[in-house]
Design a protein. Structure first.
Length: 408
């Protein structure tokens, strides 16, 4: 990293370990959006971290971006997840062919630290994806958008929403696909403020409803159905070496949360003395949990997963500086890295629970929240067994893919 990047990481670290950590319990308890955290990150220009200098962004290295994300997650996982949603979308837009609305939005991100969210999942509480998503119909020089989708992390702090929709071409014709970038304040667009999860309660991952939202055709990108078929056959939607930043950011979030869980577990074990309310029952010696071999073994296992996770992620980041021999070799490396970091998150979370016991998981202790955030992050991204299966298929020479957090 260059000196200015190191200084940027240190500034974020000071925020994350100070005010972010101080606010985290309130944000989680209230399920409120971390607006103060986001404002402080915007003051540092962090939303522009997603863009190259050619588009007016900060142009940070992948290592710097992940270090920043990890530090934010250490202080408050919800802030990190919300920011990473913006990074995922801004990164995606930067690789699209230029069109007027896309250009204006990215300029706003670069100059004013504007933020973007993107609903793309089944609405909260729903089970059937067939009822989710957005549809557009033509009306002269405009497209009219209707529908509902969920998981729009950052929605309460965003200026723009990325809406992907099908465009009805009439009976017997295949639907085209369109992309629009309306403002969150536009008439016909509503943020439902209905997010309430086990963890990450401050991410503002609300459902967004469009009811008669009007988008000028000149501000949308419409992709014909025939072209979409070609893109799908070529697996254009999959992760590529130059578009891995957002996905790697999720791994950095896991790393930051796991480090917080480990540090809190170590602090608890050092302070926890004895077991029962009457410490001398039976004449058994009473001491600190840190003196117990089983607790030391548990901490050792946690540290192993944490540090090997950091090493595996760091190795992939360094390898991104040069092209992989083939897309399949990059995909295999990506799957291996995601799998290891996912297992790290699982093992550190469960290790903290086993070592500390129930007394560490009361509401007044931060470990209870960090545990939920860490497990919540694992629930919402990829699937452990499927990643293993993909690795096996790759070892057998079968073609494999990894699309993104939702699965392969």
């Amino acid at each position: 990293m260059e000196q200015w990047e190191t200084e940027l990481v240190e500034k974020v670290r000071a925020l994350a370990h100070g005010p972010f950590a101080d606010r985290a319990a309130r944000i989680d308890r209230e399920g409120s959006f971390p607006a103060e955290n986001v404002a402080e990150l915007k003051a540092l220009g962090i939303p522009g971290m997603a863009l190259p200098r050619s588009l007016g962004g900060l142009g940070v290295s992948v290592e710097t971006q992940l270090r920043v994300t990890e530090e934010i997650a250490y202080g408050d996982g919800s802030t990190a997840v919300a920011l990473n949603m913006h990074i995922l979308i801004a990164d995606f837009l930067s690789f699209l062919p230029p069109f007027p609305r896309r250009n204006a939005v990215l300029e706003d991100v670069a100059r004013n630290s504007a933020l973007i969210c993107g609903p793309g999942s089944v609405p909260t509480g729903e089970l059937d994806s067939r009822r989710a998503g957005y549809r557009m119909r033509e009306d002269g020089d405009h497209l009219i958008v209707d529908g509902r989708a969920g998981f729009a992390s950052m929605s309460e702090g965003a200026t723009y929403v990325m809406i992907g929709a099908t465009v009805d071409r009439g009976e017997g014709n295949e639907a085209d696909v369109a992309l629009a970038l309306p403002r969150t304040s536009d008439a016909g667009l509503r943020i439902l403020n209905n997010w309430d999860a086990m963890g990450m309660r401050g991410t503002a991952s609300h459902d967004i409803v469009c009811e008669g939202l009007v988008v000028p055709k000149s501000e949308a990108l419409v992709i014909p159905a025939a072209l979409m078929k070609v893109l799908a056959q070529g697996q254009v939607g999959g992760l590529t070496q130059d578009r891995a930043r957002g996905a790697l950011g999720i791994l950095a979030i896991w790393l930051g949360l796991a480090q917080a869980a480990f540090d809190l577990t170590v602090a608890y074990v050092r302070e926890r003395h004895g077991y029962l309310a009457t410490p001398d029952v039976g004449g058994a010696p009473v001491g600190f949990r840190a003196e117990e071999p089983w607790a030391q073994l548990g901490l050792g296992a946690m540290e192993h997963w944490l540090e090997t996770g950091r090493a595996v992620l760091g190795d992939l980041v360094r390898r991104l500086d040069r092209p992989f021999p083939s897309p399949q070799q990059f995909t295999r490396a990506m799957v291996r890295t995601v799998y290891h970091l996912r297992r790290m998150g699982e093992e550190v979370a469960m290790g903290s629970m086993r070592v500390c016991g129930a007394h560490a998981y009361v509401r007044s202790r931060p470990l209870e929240r960090v545990f939920r955030d860490l497990m919540g992050g694992n629930v919402m991204a990829w699937k452990t067994d499927q990643l293993l299966q993909t690795l096996g298929q790759g070892a057998l020479g079968m073609p494999i893919s990894i699309v993104g957090p939702a699965g392969t």
